[in-house]
Design a protein around this ligand. Structure first.
Ligand SMILES: NC(=O)c1ccc[n+]([C@@H]2O[C@H](COP(=O)([O-])OP(=O)(O)OC[C@H]3O[C@@H](n4cnc5c(N)ncnc54)[C@H](O)[C@@H]3O)[C@@H](O)[C@H]2O)c1
Length: 326
């Protein structure tokens, strides 16, 4: 049996593929390799995946129906999907809104249509985001909280993906699980995210841009914990029971709300350099704090993150230094 993983050359997709391949799965990876950030990093991740004999890769846009149908047609053993391909980033969604509806809404729908027409389908797992909680001030964020006040287009498209998935689960008895990721970091991480931006600025002797004058808190989640959660969920599709949609949604975070400046402090310590700061106002679309209630995922899939930032950041920095040869 085969798993189709989209966004395979992306940060979370790459690590997920490695975990699945290491446990002997056959994996079909799809990624359009767009230039939102350095394509060289995506290629370097992909180069590792391609070394596995049971990995096949397609450079395809998930919103391209004909191309995705061809991928599915070439791999009739696909029985599970992990849809991680997306246009991420809260700030960029103010600049390039159509990229978000294209990948996160149209692309997501194309993936659900593929799954719906697959007679072997066992489970459709997909990425959502903590950003769906918008300006919610009740902490920690729980799956029972209202999520109808998005404050960025990114969040709105991620919420749309959840709603469309629920609709498909209801209409076609399609088992779906959405995972609301909370600020993921680690080796091979994204250059547009905090850990990478801080390391880059420190190494270049530039000031670190700190928004909301440093008054930000995030539930930072280490990549290995995230991947353990994705795989645990994949193996536990919701039961198809008469009278209810087989659709689940979970927070997947670290269940700790850390001050951004403490996170920076760990990067500074691991790099062994001085840091300078440029304090800036809050960015439009950003939220002051995220904090995940993970009790539902712990209960249903045994999810138990084990990596505090004091352990995860040195691992990220070790990779950053090796990758950039600094
Ligand atoms: N990293 C985080 O902290 C975080 C937080 C919340 C949600 N998420 C979600 O998790 C998923 C993975 O995020 P990531 O951090 O690995 O991001 P990433 O940008 O590293 O990976 C996404 C990959 O999808 C590919 N892609 C984009 N549009 C595509 C399309 N139309 N067709 C095919 N491929 C396409 C990109 O080339 C990229 O390699 C995304 O859905 C993202 O929204 C991530």
């Amino acid at each position: 049996m085969t798993v189709l993983v989209t966004g395979a050359a992306g940060f979370i997709g790459f690590h997920t593929c490695v975990r699945l391949l290491d446990r002997g799965e056959t994996v079909v990876g799809v990624d359009v390799m767009n230039g939102y950030y350095d394509v060289g990093l995506k290629e370097a991740r992909l180069a590792q995946l391609i070394s596995y004999p049971n990995f096949t890769f397609y450079r395809v846009d998930i919103a391209d129906r004909a191309a995705m149908a061809a991928v599915a047609g070439a791999h009739p053993a696909i029985d599970r999907y992990i849809n991680l391909a997306a246009q991420p980033g809260v700030r960029y969604s103010l600049e390039a809104p159509h990229e978000y509806t294209h990948a996160n809404v149209e692309g997501h729908l194309v993936m659900l249509e593929l799954a719906r027409h697959n007679p072997k389908l066992r489970h459709f797992v997909y990425a959502s985001s903590s950003s769906v909680y918008g300006a919610n001030s009740k902490l920690p964020f729980s799956e029972d909280d209202r999520v109808d006040n998005p404050i960025s287009l990114y969040a709105a498209t991620k919420r749309a993906g959840e709603l469309i998935s629920h609709c498909y689960a209801h209409l076609y008895r399609l088992p779906t699980t959405g995972l609301r990721f909370f600020t993921v970091y680690g080796p091979w991480g994204r250059p547009d995210m905090a850990a990478y931006l801080f390391a880059k600025a420190i190494m270049a002797g530039e000031a670190i841009k700190v928004f909301n004058n440093g008054n930000l808190r995030r539930d930072f989640t280490y990549i290995d914990d995230i991947v353990a959660g994705i795989v645990a969920v994949l193996d536990r599709p919701p039961a198809v029971i008469e009278g209810s949609a087989p659709a689940r949604l979970y927070n997947i975070g670290n269940n700790r709300s850390e001050a951004l400046l403490d996170f920076v402090g760990e990067v500074v310590k691991a790099l062994g350099r001085e840091a300078r700061f440029e304090f800036l106002p809050m960015q439009p679309g950003d939220v002051p704090e995220t904090y995940a209630d993970i009790s539902a995922l712990a209960r249903d899939a045994g999810y138990a993150p084990t990596t505090p930032i004091s352990v995860g950041i040195p691992k990220f920095v070790e990779w950053y230094k090796a990758y950039h040869k600094v």
